[in-house]
Design a protein around this ligand. Structure first.
Ligand SMILES: [Zn+2]
Length: 409
């Protein structure tokens, strides 16, 4: 097989396109492929598909193709232009690349696969031998393509959460499809407007199809949901992890206060016990459990707070919201009569939002998906060495976590 014929096959070129010449440059480690079409070929207007004769040719352009062994492989062609009565002078579509891309379709497909597999932009850049800007260009185009093709599928179970961008200085709000573990909308900030901005990216059908939505206990997302989703009050579920985080923080506050008091009197038995109190009982090591029992017998306030925290966890084990409500009221009555100020504060916070905490028993959703996506984003961020701006950050999230069809054509 001649080299011209070989590349004709490799590139998947069909009439009217054929390979005119293949040049090998061993110094540059490059293969240049020149592609042409016979004169008199008719081409279609890219707008209306009308078959027209060639008007003229644009200057010769280059497209990077997949390497041939270690040799960079470059395709060269001058693209014909047609003159359409309706659309004017237009460059025709070429079968090997998308409009305005500097890479062939096969190269872009491979780049997308590689980026997804390695999850590191710099790593993929090295393998592909392309620049940072070129890589981002491929990523950005892939996301645009995916979003343009995206069908407005219905998502009955959603999650909304914030994500720090640049070490807690600024935030993004993300909307998740809990059933498919994908990020469906992103907006800047973490206030009510940010939440509304996320919901507004959904279609009316999608909004009406929402059955339940998981979130933390911040007022911002509650307000945003009420402003965007019909009958929101019945659909909001405060995420178990966020609620338990409040309880854990309260236990730690009690411990710190008590440790301070006891240290003054020379008693340091509460030192270095922080994580024992924050761990669920079944997750403690033998050594930790022994220590817990030790400290527990001291009848400390910390021990009491811990016990109430553990009891609270059983709230989510109930079959129905009604049962969970009864259980909580009982728990609340006991906590509120203690001297554990931080724990009492948490009890009141939960009481205020109780319907949307026990709604878990009806909808059975959590934002665990968000945690998974968060760690994925964090690991990508570490490997990329940070994102240059919020737009890149958003684009990367959609590229890696958007569940989009990213491939060209
Ligand atoms: Zn036309």
């Amino acid at each position: 097989m001649e080299d011209k014929e070989l590349y004709q096959h490799i590139l998947g070129l069909n009439t009217p396109w054929s390979v005119r010449e293949v040049k090998l440059d061993t110094d540059l480690q490059q293969i240049d492929i020149y592609v042409e079409h016979p004169s008199g070929t008719k081409f279609c207007c890219p707008e209306c598909d009308q078959s027209l004769s060639c008007y003229d040719h644009a200057p010769v352009r280059q497209w990077r193709h997949l390497d041939s062994c270690q040799f960079k492989t470059i395709l060269h062609a001058s693209v014909p232009r047609v003159k359409c009565a309706e659309h004017g002078v237009k460059q025709v579509k070429v079968p090997w690349a998308e409009k305005s891309s500097r890479f062939t379709l096969m190269f872009e497909r491979f780049a997308i696969d590689l980026l997804q597999a390695t999850q590191t932009v710099t790593g993929a850049m090295g393998i592909l031998r392309i620049s940072w800007d070129q890589t981002w260009h491929i990523i950005t185009r892939a996301v645009k393509r995916g979003q343009a093709r995206k069908e407005h599928k219905l998502m009955p179970r959603l999650g909304i959460d914030e994500k720090a961008f640049k070490k807690g200085q600024s935030y993004m709000t993300m909307l998740f499809d809990l059933d498919n573990s994908t990020v469906e909308a992103i907006s800047e900030g973490n206030n009510t407007e940010s939440g509304i901005a996320c919901f507004s990216q959904l279609s009316t059908d999608q909004i009406n199809a929402v059955e339940a939505i998981a979130m933390d206990m911040s007022a911002a997302y509650v307000k945003a949901t009420k402003a965007s989703i019909p009958l929101a009050e019945e659909k909001i579920v405060h995420d178990i992890f966020h609620v338990m985080k409040l309880a854990n923080e309260a236990v730690d506050k009690v411990r710190r206060g008590e440790h301070r008091e006891r240290s003054k009197a020379g008693d340091k038995r509460l030192a270095r016990t922080k994580y024992i109190w924050l761990t669920g009982k079944e997750n403690l090591s033998e050594k930790q459990e022994a220590k817990l029992n030790d400290v527990f017998t001291l009848q400390l306030e910390t021990g009491k707070a811990w016990a109430y925290k553990e009891l609270l966890r059983d709230l989510w084990a109930h079959e129905t919201a009604a049962e969970a409500t009864v259980y909580f009221k009982n728990w609340y009555r006991r906590v509120i009569h203690t001297k554990l100020k931080p724990m009492k504060k948490v009890a009141r916070t939960i009481k205020d939002r109780l319907a949307n905490v026990v709604s878990y028993c009806t909808h059975r959703i959590t934002n665990a998906v968000a945690e998974g996506i968060n760690s994925k984003i964090m690991s990508i961020k570490r490997r990329v060495g940070g994102y240059r701006n919020p737009e890149n950050f958003k684009t990367a999230i959609y590229f890696y976590c958007g569940g989009l069809d990213l491939y060209p054509q």
